[in-house]
Design a protein around this ligand. Structure first.
Ligand code: SF4
Length: 313
């Protein structure tokens, strides 16, 4: 059973009807975006067993909710198993996820591993604990996927996480690199997917509030979110306020890369460039300033693209 936010008690006042309409639109948009990402990147195949990593935050609840809906309407068969890692952080409300998952009737596993003590033991007070914690968590999730026979591992990162990572890598790592929507795990054994790749965080926040997911706070370990990521997030939010459409344009850029117009000699063989008789398809005009066509925003594009899975409903 996925969250049915449209069935909330709605009286007949115009503002409540409008609210219901907006929530319906939001739910449809999120489902459509997830369906489109799954189709575009071949994330889920027939007979896959998808291990949905559930942290108890808004993103992973939303991902599980939408995947459960798509499972019902998809033209292919796939199974879902939700997995939560209880890292034994002080104050972790152990009963919340089992209660919620029981109510959904979804297969799940809670893995209990005290990574909190390991991290506290190994990392000096005041230092950032996230990198060791993430490494430990990753290893445990890979092991769990193997034990469960999962063929895909689904993570709840969304479009805005991907953009933040892109700028983090560019500003601090000297790399043009984001978070891939689909990848092979670093140990080579698993396929990791990010079904929320086309979903924006604002939609997820609104959806999660409307669906009243039982959110577990993410600061139980006492660690702060990486300061550099916080700065990038603030920068993007500021751009979004001052230049509407810029975030959508940047995300389109990640899907529209021109290696011949970057400076990576390993990606494009500049040395072998030769003149040719026919005009070059998409060739550079060289001497003229660039011009920019008006492109539809991602949301407009989403309204144009109807995803097969959602259409089947
Ligand atoms: S915020 Fe806490 S739980 Fe999350 S990765 Fe960092 S140390 Fe681990």
């Amino acid at each position: 059973m996925s969250a049915n936010i449209s069935s909330a008690d709605v009286a007949n006042s115009p503002s409540q009807s409008k609210q219901k309409y907006n929530l319906n639109k939001l739910q449809k948009r999120l489902r459509r975006n997830v369906g489109k990402a799954i189709a575009d990147f071949g994330m889920i195949e027939h007979n896959d067993k998808v291990m949905v990593c559930l942290s108890g935050g808004k993103d992973s609840y939303t991902m599980l909710d939408i995947l459960m809906f798509l499972k019902k309407i998809a033209p292919i068969h796939f199974d879902i198993v939700a997995v939560n890692l209880d890292q034994k952080q002080p104050g972790f409300p152990e009963h919340v996820l089992p209660q919620y998952l029981d109510s959904l009737g979804v297969e799940y596993k809670i893995v209990e591993e005290d990574t909190y003590s390991i991290v506290k033991d190994k990392i000096p007070e005041g230092k950032t604990t996230c990198s060791l914690c993430s490494r430990l968590r990753r290893g445990i999730l890979y092991r769990t996927a193997k034990e469960l026979g999962a063929t895909k591992i689904a993570l709840g990162h969304h479009r805005d996480d991907m953009l933040e990572t892109f700028f983090l890598n560019m500003f601090h790592g000297g790399k043009l690199k984001s978070m891939p929507p689909k990848l092979v795990s670093d140990n080579g054994e698993h396929i990791v997917i990010r079904p929320l790749a086309y979903c924006n965080e604002k939609d997820i926040i609104k959806y999660s509030e409307a669906a009243e997911f039982p959110i577990i706070p993410c600061n139980l370990c006492g660690s702060q979110e990486n300061l550099q990521r916080q700065n990038i997030k603030a920068m993007l939010q500021d751009w979004n306020r001052r230049f509407p459409g810029r975030i959508e344009s940047m995300f389109r850029a990640l899907q529209n890369v021109a290696p011949s117009h970057l400076v990576d000699k390993n990606l494009y063989d500049f040395k072998s460039i030769k003149t040719q008789d026919a005009p070059v398809a998409d060739g550079d005009i060289g001497f003229d300033p660039p011009s920019f066509d008006t492109q539809p925003t991602a949301e407009e594009e989403n309204d144009i693209h109807i995803v097969n899975m959602t259409e089947a409903k």
